[in-house]
Design a protein around this ligand. Sequence first.
Ligand code: WTA
Length: 655
Amino acid sequence: MPQSTIESVLQEKRLFQPSPEFSQNAHIKSLEEYQQLYDRAKADPQKFWAELAEQELEWFQKWDTVLDWQPPFAKWFVNGKTNISYNCLDRHLTTWRKNKAALIWEGEPGDTRTLTYAQLHREVCQFANVLKQLGVQKGDRVGIYMPMIPEAAIAMLACARIGAPHTVVFGGFSAEALRDRLIDGEAKVVVTADGGWRKDAIVPLKTQVDKALAEGVPSVKNVVVVKRTGQEIHMEDGRDLWWHELQKGVSADCPAEPMDSEDLLFILYTSGSTGKPKGVVHTTGGYNLYTHMTTKWIFDIKDTDVYWCTADIGWITGHSYVLYGPLSNGATSLMYEGAPRASNPGCFWDVIEKHGVTVFYTAPTAIRAFIKAGEHLPKARNLSSLRLLGTVGEPINPEAWMWYHRVIGGERCPIVDTWWQTETGGIMVTPLPGAIPTKPGSATRPFPGIIIDVVDLDGNSVADNEGGYLSVKYPWPGMMRTLYGDPDRFRRTYWEHIPPQDGQYFYFAGDGARRDEDGYFWVMGRVDDVINVAGHRLGTMEVESALVSHPAVAEAAVVGKPDELKGEDIVAFVTLESTYEPSEELNKQLKQHVVQEIGAIARPGEIRFTDALPKTRSGKIMRRLLRNLAAGQEVSGDTSTLEDRGVLDKLREGA
Ligand code: WTA
């Protein structure tokens, strides 16, 4: 764990105002309105959240205590009874939204389905009854290992409806990763599909499930299989059952189970840099409220919107912002099975044009891939339906932000750069698009009710524009409650890096950040990745952004390499735009460019050109592996979340 704070070196001065028209129509219309909300929430967070919980959600029974905080364990809306599937479905059925599209789905081969709220409700109730028939009871865990098809959403909502916590495992994970997660979560039933479409090929999900269960996972009694891709698969007698056969003729009457506000809603595993994955625990009432409010105010959701979040349902972004947040608001949420691929690199733009998408939420890694694929692709489509853009997952380099703004947003759409984590349940730092002017590369201001700070390791706030650690100083409804089965690890990982002081606890996010003179937050990257050059501690984000601002560079990842003189020297791994070739000359130019943008302190000692960077399956650059490579060591630690092992082998050869 690093000892001192982090230096900030990047200066970004551009400022973008939302158009008056956007602001006038937005839920939160001005900086003053945001500031009032923020101040009111800060003065009395419990009152703020309680009022919203009352106004925005349906409760079967009201809570008696808003917050029970026994650090680091929080309970929200204690003794309140509700059900998130009720809030996402049933309550819309008594309004005109009954026949509004809840989900618009498009499969990679071009097949589509639309489910209205009434239709989705029916399917969910039926599948909830199926789960009951299979012996799933309140409290039993259900594993979900699915492609991006409506049945994934139906299964999750059905679990929530009967109080069976789901544990969704991303469909790109290996059999081994799936097995570990099913064992840790003790899943009773696994819901999967024969396969899913991704990049013009079938991902053989059921075969992976068979492998995961081959040596026996004692808790798993049944596997329910959706027929999606139709190829021949093995069905184990007595264990495996077809979804469509189970759904046939089953009753569509299944009232939502009144759940305690603190009942477990789901477990979602997130990788630690070392050790086994962490089972992040989210509960019912607080999570429902937090994802509801953030969706409403940040994506400025209206009944006229077609909202598309590109995340897979297997990530927290899919849970909170494909499914629960949008449906709780009665919005139309678009689900897309595919990914940009050789046969149609512009497929995302096709989807936007075809369905008239108005709000589009994706990740910086995708944006950098769009840039590399070329702006002729979006330019060839009509994207004028878009009114708001968002990003999540990594710091976005200012130049990628500018491209997104110009090419996709047509210079008219505000961009919400949303900072948050699996652990936080929902978005924490973000512009409210009608209210907060944006600066490229900054996630801007805290969501109302979020008391967040940049501090040193003693918990003292650092001065404006000085780097430090991002830390939350008051509980919020969407926060993780614990790590499944491991409260000690929960405490150690998140609450002890900064020791509590006089009853003040600090949630340690693990990200470096600075706050500027306007109160805007700039996330500088994971603190594990900080580079120490001659006593200067640099975040990865800023050096990478300097590199990406050079026209030749598509993507960059920097790491530290041990150096006798300087402690560490910067090694930059760089992928080039398609029209550029690696050369000695370019190598020199790039080093010089960083010196110009930031200063001599950040000059990379070494630049390595590569075709691709090693990333996790959710698109984050795995700098830990690059660090090993740069130091000439064998790659160590967990590599199970790596998207493409071939990338690593190539990098090794190139070394
Ligand atoms: C990073 C994804 C900068 C950060 C919702 C965080 C970001 C980790 C941003 C959580 C952003 C996410 N700007 N960094 N807008 N959004 N991150 O759990 O390092 O997959 O700690 O949750 O992603 O990743 P996770």
